[in-house]
Design a binder for this molecule. Sequence first.
Ligand code: CA
Length: 220
Amino acid sequence: MNNRILIAEDEARISAFVEKGLRSNGFVTTVVADGLSAYEQARVGGCALLILDLGLPVCDGFTVLRKLREARVAIPVVILTARDSVSDVVAGLEGGADDYISKPFAFEELLARVRLRLRGEGAPEATLLRVGDLALDLRTRRAHVDGRVAELSSREFALAEVFLRNPDQVLTREQLLSRVWGFDYDPGSNIVDVYVRYLRRKVGAGRVETIRGVGYRLRA
Ligand code: CA
């Protein structure tokens, strides 16, 4: 399976964040920082998907997309756009993008879109994550605890998903913050602790252990 992802993003902070996250999920990455390189790299082939920022130097994301589609390059494209630019999103989708994500975004959100766009080309992804009697259905976005449904908010679900993908592993607050909330969050924020508390209330307090001074762990 081809798992190379092309990232076209001129902000080093964002491309590093995306690259790190994708690599830790088993993807191989190529990063380019301008539109022309993005076009040339995608055209050459060898990448399974393009994550395309719209605001790129040399030529912008729209132009890259248009030129790729004109050249009949069928690579799936997920565009990155500033929040609230609805017109950008519409233009992007009309221009042949497959999906979009608004900045700032949480890594899990991007990962979900990348996986969705790659499905059918690679190995099918499990739609049910299970650890003991705790299960998450990734299609319906529902949690099941001891056979009953637990209603989780989208953040709670994203947090639970990170835990279930990494059972019995200590996850630091920083890891959880970047995975669930994205790169724009204040690392001094206690939001992770707050949401772990919410999650415990819904799935049972004993499942998520506190590792003092480090972070949290889902009991396998
Ligand atoms: Ca940019």
